[in-house]
Design a protein around this ligand. Structure first.
Ligand code: BEZ
Length: 209
């Protein structure tokens, strides 16, 4: 069964570049960005891992812990990390799972054999502090991910987590939010005074949060 939004993210124990960890315990009360890449010592993956390392401050600000997965060995991960630093200028600052037995890859459905025989594709799972899956994305091996988009989604998820709000297409921090259709006009006036009605089903308000 594929992992669906709202599912509890499967827990696992894994060997990583930062030692052995239990996923849920490691997350603690943070959000998690769990992402797979096909293979160590490959060009697109090198740029992606450097990019995630570069985002550390922005992820910390959002209480998000990043963790990478591929089915390579710990030895390879450590050797490759030197290249990542050399090429991108960013040292790995998050754990990289050495999933040689494919346990995590299989648990999360990260291997899509019709796209990439035995290797993990570029999967992304954003998991909330409640351990529920909030977002899944799957990119092919040939396309490096847009991590600014991933940060944008995290901002939207965190903003709307405890409010009856949603964010429109191409939303960026600072743009107006949409009031959820489940909120009556009376309730909307109490919670979002002065909200704007564009259509009865499309009501906007400055985002709070
Ligand atoms: C890459 O990271 O460049 C890559 C990895 C596997 C297949 C294709 C590209």
């Amino acid at each position: 069964m594929p992992i669906m939004l709202g599912d509890t993210a499967p827990d696992f124990k894994a060997q990583t570049t930062e030692g052995e960890l239990s996923f849920h315990h490691w997350m603690g009360d943070s959000w998690a960005l769990l992402f797979s890449h096909p293979k160590d010592f490959t060009p697109v993956c090198t740029t992606e891992l450097g990019e995630v390392a570069a985002l550390k401050t922005r992820l910390d600000k959002r209480s998000v812990k990043a963790i990478g997965v591929s089915i390579d060995s710990l030895e390879d991960h450590h050797a490759w990390s030197k290249d990542i630093l050399e090429v991108t200028g960013h040292a790995l600052n998050f754990p990289l799972i050495a999933d040689s037995d494919k346990h995590v890859a299989k648990l999360y459905g990260m291997i899509h054999p019709k796209a990439l025989d035995t290797l993990t594709v570029r999967s992304v799972f954003i998991i909330g502090p409640d351990k529920k899956v909030k977002l899944t994305l799957t990119y092919p091996a040939s396309t490096g991910r847009n991590f600014n988009e991933i940060l944008r989604v995290i901002d939207s998820l965190q903003l709307t987590a405890n409010q009856a709000l949603a964010t429109p297409a191409n939303w960026q921090v600072g743009d107006h939010c949409i009031i959820a259709p489940s909120v009556s006009d009376e309730e909307a006036e109490k919670r979002f005074p002065g909200y704007e009605t564009i259509k009865p089903y499309l009501r906007t308000t400055p985002c709070k949060g």
